[in-house]
Ligand binder design. Structure first.
Ligand SMILES: [Zn+2]
Length: 454
């Protein structure tokens, strides 16, 4: 059977509903998944979906495919990705699928996959494509039941996080999956926040649910400033990524946030390992090490970070993009609602405002994430050449593309795992040096392209 190969990506399966995720394709995906799960010894599969209107039909199709392989399906209903992960970490199901288009526009949908509590990704996803092309499906007659998962999630968070006082904050669900659980969770934690766009609506009528884009944080920032709140929190479409605004209206990116969580963690677990991805600021590495912890730089990608946490036993990890992972007294997955609860707990104990908690952390000059178009056929070879160029002249970290250490900053060049593009980021202590380093990095890319793209 032929299905579009490009929907089988590094960390998930994703596509446009009308053209890529046709009913026959989704059912075939369900059959392939059920086959892969059964061959791995998993027969009970949990299925959740986000708030997109296409989710209902896609749920029916994926469930049909899963059951046809003999997997017993448990329908969790609609849930954010974190609540789904929690059900997987604590329930009887051995594998799971959450139907979500994450932060993508309404016409998209997709699937994030879990097997035995760990991410199902990379080669495992490519294997699904092979199973479909070969029509190498298991057969059987699985059952269908349902299970409510939010209540147990809320009870578990409340048992593990205590917030000493009501914190004055606003949250913006962006009409995404956060809206399915945020109000219940915050009420149970004794909080009375201001809620923005907290009605589930997968057409995303107010703004796009992506907190890495400053434009989509404007409503939240205005609310924080107008009402004199202590902070604002925003979520992406499936609420596995967080965006935070401090009381002065400034954005705290994932790397600065992680410093707060790390310092809090070290009070209970001095010397702990903290993993962060290659895109994060040097100030994070320095702050973790200065606080007596051990910073571990790792590859970008939520599945890769979770795997590394298991391997190293690190109780905390984070990405620039706002994926934050808590393993201390929790299960190690990325969940922006849980990240909010932990942040509120930290703030509630503090007499200082959020901005002052990081006042001692230098503000370096960083570029945003720059995407440079580069074909899938050449992007890895281009990065290889750039890596060898810098290896000869400066210290480098080469676990994910190349991160070159300059005297007063660093530059990153890596191949995107999800797009035909290179990802570039540069940071330095001054704007002038940042721009000079950026020029060096861009020159190295141009040289590499001259060699590779002939
Ligand atoms: Zn997401």
């Amino acid at each position: 059977m032929q299905v579009p190969a490009h929907i089988f990506r590094e960390y998930d399966v994703r596509g446009v509903v009308e053209s890529d995720l046709l009913p026959a394709t989704v059912t075939a995906l369900g059959r392939a998944l059920g086959t892969a799960f059964r061959r791995a010894g998993a027969t009970r599969v949990g299925v959740a979906r986000d708030v997109r209107p296409s989710g209902d039909a896609i749920r029916d199709q994926i469930v049909e495919g899963l059951r046809s392989t003999g997997c017993d399906v448990v329908d969790y209903g609609r849930a954010s990705t974190g609540v789904f992960y929690h059900a997987q970490a604590t329930g009887q199901e051995q594998a799971g699928v959450v139907i979500t288009g994450s932060h993508n526009p309404p016409e998209f949908n997709g699937f994030k996959l879990v097997l035995e509590g760990g991410s199902f990704f990379g080669e495992q996803i490519q294997e699904l494509l092979r199973i479909i092309e070969d029509e190498d499906f298991e057969t059987g007659e699985g059952s269908l039941s349902s299970r409510e998962i939010l209540e147990a999630y809320v009870a578990d968070v409340v048992s593990k996080v205590s917030i000493d006082r009501p914190v004055r904050f606003a949250y913006d669900s962006g009409n995404g999956a956060a809206s399915l659980g945020a109000s219940a969770l915050f009420a149970a934690l004794g909080q009375k926040p201001v809620a923005l766009f907290d009605e589930p609506d997968g057409s995303f009528p107010n703004h796009h649910p992506d907190p890495t884009i400053p434009e989509f944080l404007t409503d939240l920032r205005d609310t924080v400033l107008e009402q004199g709140l202590e902070l604002g929190v925003a979520y992406d479409g499936d609420a596995d990524r967080i965006g935070v605004i401090d009381e002065r209206g400034e954005i705290l990116w994932g790397d600065r946030l992680l410093i707060l969580y790390a310092r809090d963690l070290f009070e209970r677990m001095p010397g702990a390992k903290v993993i962060h991805d290659v895109k994060c600021s040097q100030t994070l590495t320095d702050a973790v090490n200065a606080a007596g912890g051990e910073a571990v730089v790792w590859k970008t990608g939520h599945s890769l970070i979770k795997k590394k946490m298991k391997e190293t036993g690190a109780p905390l990890a984070g990405e620039m993009s706002g994926h934050l992972f808590f393993g201390e007294n929790w299960y190690g997955f990325d969940d922006a609602l849980f990240a909010t609860a932990r942040l509120l707990a930290i703030l509630a104990r503090e007499s200082r405002p959020l901005s002052e908690l990081l006042a001692d952390i230098p503000r370096l000059e960083a570029t945003p994430e720059i995407r440079v178009d580069c074909s899938d056929a050449t992007k890895f070879a281009v990065v290889d050449h750039v890596r060898e160029h810098f290896r000869a002249i400066a210290p480098i970290v080469d676990i994910d593309g190349v991160r070159v250490q300059f005297e007063h900053g660093w530059g990153l060049v890596r191949a995107s795992n999800t797009q035909p593009a290179l990802v570039v980021r540069v940071e330095a202590d001054t704007v002038e040096r940042r721009d000079a380093y950026r020029a060096q990095v861009e020159e190295a890319i141009a040289q590499a392209r001259r060699v590779v793209e002939v």
